[in-house]
Design a protein around this ligand. Structure first.
Ligand SMILES: [Zn+2]
Length: 375
């Protein structure tokens, strides 16, 4: 009897032990919203499977996510959303093993879901119909046109993204050279140069030494309705002889070097990069791929011109920070902290100014190319 009692306790306790140890925790839900774009990020403490479904009723639209083998952890049941198309986000324990997250909308929307790793998160991009942008009234005296208006017309806002920051130093070179400091300095210099054109507005994803998650950087560009997105990084690789800069656009790749760089920038393994193939293929159908490559080529040419450093080329790789960006977007690796020459140059203020000049002129030349055949 005693034995049976002990066994019963074990049987009764087993599910509790199992669930408390094995259910993933849905521990945070974040959102970034403007009037016509919202990105929702569901943070879960380990990779999970989930199902999504859209329910349309006469006066309400809901998208819900059923997350398998998970529990709600320290979250309020309802998160009101003040801007954008979502009215409310709700989260609850739908069954013992399923967490349901509901996004409630006032009207039908377009949306796209994908997952990122390390840490695991489900990202939902929701798009509304963009309101027509009012046309700039005609200017009577052509000589009063600013350079940007003469040049660009289409490009008014640029989001510059200095890689890493805060607890995330990025690549670390010998002597404690930190990628996060180099990228921030170049970004600030680039903003100053671009804003000499009165009609160009530049937004930095960070202007000090703070941590900004990768998916937030893209969300800033989309929420700001930026016309261009430029992410600045410095490289590092095992082969200390490799030097030069690289300009990347978003795509899947089989190039082992590009995979290594993307894995490092995404803070994931090379294996995880391989799993991005189907997601990237799906996303590229909707992104400004050709324009991104044009922008990358202009930037490459002008970096060569201003720095006299060799280019390793315009390349493609699946960088998290470029996924979901709605505008032409590139990621530039300005040099290798693992290489002595590159590192010495990147520690020079004059060299970083030349990089900013190359980036600035590349961007302005790209803007100037509108209406002309692509390179
Ligand atoms: Zn980086």
């Amino acid at each position: 009897m005693k034995k049976f009692f002990a066994f019963s306790i074990l049987i009764l306790a087993f599910p509790l032990i199992l669930f408390s140890q094995e259910r993933a925790r849905v521990h945070n839900i974040r959102y970034f919203s403007s009037s016509d774009y919202t990105r929702v990020v569901i943070d879960i403490d380990r990779p999970v499977t989930f199902q999504e479904k859209k329910l349309i009723e006469p006066d309400r639209v809901r998208i819900y996510f059923d997350i398998d083998n998970a529990k709600v952890f320290n979250l309020p049941p309802s998160i009101p959303v003040s801007k954008g198309y979502i009215k409310e986000i709700r989260v609850g324990q739908f069954t013992l093993k399923t967490v349901r997250v509901v996004l409630e909308f006032a009207e039908v929307v377009k949306y796209r879901t994908f997952t990122l790793y390390s840490p695991f998160r489900i990202v939902v991009d929701i798009y509304g119909e963009r309101k027509a942008i009012p046309k700039t009234p005609p200017v009577s005296k052509p000589e009063e046109l600013t350079i940007a208006r003469q040049l660009g017309l289409g490009v008014k806002k640029i989001v510059i993204d200095p890689g890493h920051g805060g607890d995330d130093p990025g690549a670390i070179g010998p002597g404690g050279v930190l990628e996060k400091n180099i990228t921030l300095d170049i970004a600030i210099k680039l903003k100053e140069l671009l804003e000499k054109n009165a009609d160009l507005k530049v937004v930095l994803t960070r202007d000090k030494d703070v941590f900004v998650p990768l998916e937030v950087r893209t969300a800033i560009a989309n929420s700001e309705r930026a016309d261009l997105f430029v992410s600045i990084h410095a490289n590092s690789t095992r082969n200390k002889n490799i030097s030069g800069f690289e300009v990347y656009t978003l795509n899947f790749t089989k190039d082992p070097h590009a995979i290594e760089i993307a894995a490092s920038e995404n803070a994931v393994s090379s294996k995880t990069i391989g799993e991005l193939e189907s997601l990237i293929k799906k996303i590229l159908l909707n992104t400004k791929k050709e324009e991104s490559i044009n922008l990358a080529k202009f930037i490459e040419n002008n970096l060569i011109k201003h720095t006299k450093v060799r280019s390793l080329g315009v390349k493609e790789a699946p960088f998290y920070v470029l996924i979901g960006a709605e505008m032409p977007s590139i990621l530039v690796e300005v040099g290798f902290l693992s290489n002595l020459n590159d590192r010495t140059r990147l520690c020079s203020d004059v060299f970083r100014t030349n990089i900013a000049l190359g980036l600035s002129e590349g961007i302005l030349n790209y803007i100037n190319s509108f209406g002309k055949p692509s390179m």
